[in-house]
Each structure stands twice: as C-alpha cells, then as structure tokens.
Write a protein that binds this ligand. Structure first.
Ligand code: HEM
Length: 381
C-alpha cells in the first residue's frame, strides 16, 4: 500500500496554516499551566495518601475542604488538558516529520526528550481519565506509575521549555520584540482556532466539573460519577460486597480500642456516648466529591478513654477482607480534630452497609480512600 506521506517532507508539505511558533506558544502556555496545576495537586494527593515519615504525624487536618478542592482541580485541569494537548500536537506535528530525522547528537537528544514529553503527556491524560471511570485495562498498579510518569512529564516539559526558550520568548506576546514590525497574517485564523479551543475546553469542563463543584451538578453529563447518585444520596466507590463484608462479618460487632487502657464497645454502647454532628465531604481521588451530614462519636473522646497521649498517631483497621486500604493510619492532627468522627449515621439515617455500617471514619481534609469503612479496631501507635 502506498504511504500517505511523501518520502521527503519539508515545511511546504504541510499546507495548513497555524503550524507556527506563535500558536504553539499560546496553546503551550495554557497546556503548561494545566500540567503545572495537575503536578502540584498530584503531589499533594500523593503526600496525603502516602506521607513521608517526617510528615506522617504532622499533616494538617484543615482547611476541611483542602483535599476536595485540590483533587477537584487535579481532575478538572487534567480533563481540560485533553483538548489543549490535542490542539498543541496538531499545531506542531509538522515538526515531528522534519528531515533529516537526526542532524547531530544534540538534536538526537532533543528529539528523544520530545518523544518522552509527548508519550508521558498522552499516558498521564489517558490513564488519569480511565482512572476516573475506575477502568484499569493494564497489568500495572495505577497509582505508582501515574505518579512516576508525572515526574517524567514535568522533567521533559522543563527541558522542552529550556530548548524552546528563544522561540517562546520571541512569540510570548502578540508583538514580542522579534515580531514587532511583522504583520501577522494568520492572526484572524489563530483567533478562530483559539476560540474553538476555548469552547472545547469550556464544554468538557462544564459537563464534568459538577462531579466535585456541586452547584454545577445538573450539568454533570460526561463525568462517570454524579455526586447525588448512590445510597443515602452519596456515591459509593467500594461496595460491601466488593470489600468482602457481609451481615455475618458484623453480627457480633464490637469496636476494639488498643492503647494504654484497651477496651471494647458494642454498637449500643457506642450509640450511648455523646454524639456529634459535622458536615464534611467525601472527596474521592477519582475527582468526585460531595458534602454530607455525619453523626457519631469524636475519635479523640475514644482515644482519651484509652489513655492515648495527645501526640499519638492511630492505626485504623477495617473489617474488609481485602483491599489496599484495609488498614490506614491517621496523624494526631486528625485524630485530635473535633471534626473527626467515628460516624454511625449519614444524613440523619443509620449508615447503610455500603457506606460502612456499623461505623466509619469521617475526617476533614482527607482523601476518600482513607475514610475507612466498617471500622473494627483503632490502635494508638
Ligand atoms: C505537555 C506539554 C507539552 C507538549 C506535549 C509539547 C509538545 C511539543 C512538540 C511535540 C513540539 C514539536 C517538537 C519540535 O519542535 O521538535 C513542540 C514545539 C514547541 N512547543 Fe511544546 N509541548 C508542551 C508544552 C509547551 C509549553 C508549556 C510551551 C510554551 C509555553 C511550548 C512551546 C513550544 C514551542 C514554541 C514550540 C516550537 C514550535 C515551532 O517551532 O513551530 N510547549 N511542543
């Protein structure tokens, strides 16, 4: 079959306009900003889920909405970056067919870095998007690979910015020094392209951001989750059935608290303790979040009764049989926060099985996967 590309390609082979440095810079600025927000918020999410030793007992539990906003931004900017990346690649793709393929060792390295940049950008956006749908059609674990490739992407982007710095500086503004006196014949076409791109970014944002920004929940047509759908008006990521928790597992349930003065409580005894009500969101790593009203016992009250020292971290163990988050740890900053509850009720009703009956953790500024459900044991560390 005849190749669609001529054997030798030159700039003239690409008759379309706007494959130029000014367009690459304008779109690059937006894409760079989206990647930067994703990187910073991705780091925050990583540290909150896997804190390094020096932060393990010091992560702040406030602001209560911190993780919700950070992860909502991460997913929203990642989704907005999809049309931006496609437009950017369309603008620069003639460069990818430039001949000769390699001119020198330096040029070879430069091309290699561009290959890493494009591959890592495509990988991050695609894997992130599939993760929001909880679809993992690959043999590796999503979290560590998405995290490592994020560093690769940012490293390759910084290198790219350094290599292209002269062109970027010359085209940063419409009338940058190098182009001051040149008429820009493509300005009108470029404006149309950018308007279309703005409309595409606006459309994908408005139809997905409602999954975390609930005032726009009614427009949430494309996100895999709607924050209002689920038992007791709140979505569920991991059902009791998937976690291997059934009626048998909670039949003679007792909460065990390990500490200097260990003790056990039945559900009836737990209900008889002072109950508190808080409004806090479940903020999922996959981007959706929703605030709800929770009622239960303050974790710090349970710890005081066990004689826990004020600076102690705690370990929380779920009744679930399998799962990477069956056991989680909590810094003293969280355990001592008056908003942190062992919740027994959700929006005024007894917790449903899928929301963690008989008791679950709810704490401010904490990723949803660490709001442990079906709690069986609290240990003072
Ligand atoms: C995920 C981020 C990015 C990706 C995947 C990307 C991809 C590319 C690719 C594949 C090329 C052509 C490679 C070549 O010339 O050898 C290119 C060129 C270029 N990029 Fe980027 N880029 C990104 C971010 C940026 C940013 C943040 C800026 C500026 C703010 C930028 C400005 C430019 C410029 C000025 C060119 C040269 C265009 C020309 O010579 O016509 N890029 N980019």
């Amino acid at each position: 079959m005849k190749s669609p590309f001529p054997a030798r390609l030159s700039d003239a082979s690409f008759s379309g306009r706007l494959h130029d440095a000014r367009t690459a810079t304008v779109i690059g600025r937006l894409l760079g900003a989206a990647v930067a927000v994703c990187f910073v918020t991705g780091l925050i999410s990583h540290v909150w889920q896997h804190p390094p030793a020096f932060l393990a007992n010091a992560l702040p539990s406030r602001p209560a909405w911190g993780y919700r906003v950070s992860q909502g931004l991460h997913v929203a900017c990642g989704i907005a970056a999809v049309p931006l990346l496609l437009a950017k690649l369309w603008t620069v793709y003639p460069r990818l067919f430039a001949r000769p393929v390699v001119r020198s060792a330096r040029h070879a390295l430069e091309r290699l870095s561009v290959a890493v940049l494009v591959a890592s950008a495509l990988f991050e956006l695609l894997s992130g998007l599939l993760n929001t749908a909880q679809w993992y059609p690959w043999p590796f674990s999503f979290v560590p690979v998405h995290y490592a490739v994020g560093w690769l992407l940012v490293g390759a982007m910084v290198l790219h910015l350094a290599v292209k710095a002269p062109e970027i500086a010359a085209h940063w503004r419409r009338r940058s020094a190098g182009t001051l006196s040149l008429p820009d014949e493509d300005a009108t076409d470029r404006r149309s392209l950018l308007r279309a791109l703005g409309a595409a970014v606006g459309a994908v944002t408005v139809t997905t951001v409602g999954q975390s920004f609930t005032p726009l929940g009614r427009l949430d047509l494309l996100a895999p989750r709607h924050p209002g759908h689920g038992p007791q008006g709140l979505p569920v990521n991991r059902t009791a059935a998937r976690a291997g928790v059934d009626a048998q597992a909670v039949r003679d349930w007792r909460l065990r608290i390990e500490g200097p003065r260990p003790y056990e409580l039945t559900l009836r005894e737990l209900r008889a303790l002072p109950q508190h009500e808080v409004t806090l969101p479940i903020a999922c790593v996959e981007g959706w979040s929703k605030a709800a009203r929770w009622t239960g016992v303050r974790v710090r009250d349970l710890l005081d009764r066990a004689g826990a020292p004020p600076g102690a971290r705690i370990r929380i163990t779920s009744l679930e049989r399998h799962g990477a988050y069956r056991v989680s740890e909590m810094a003293h900053t969280y355990a001592r926060d008056p908003l942190t509850l062992l919740a027994l009720r959700l929006n005024g009703e007894v917790l449903s099985f899928d929301h963690g009956f008989p008791a679950r953790v709810i704490a401010p500024n904490r990723p949803g996967v660490l709001q442990t459900k079906w709690v069986g044991r609290l240990e003072v560390l």
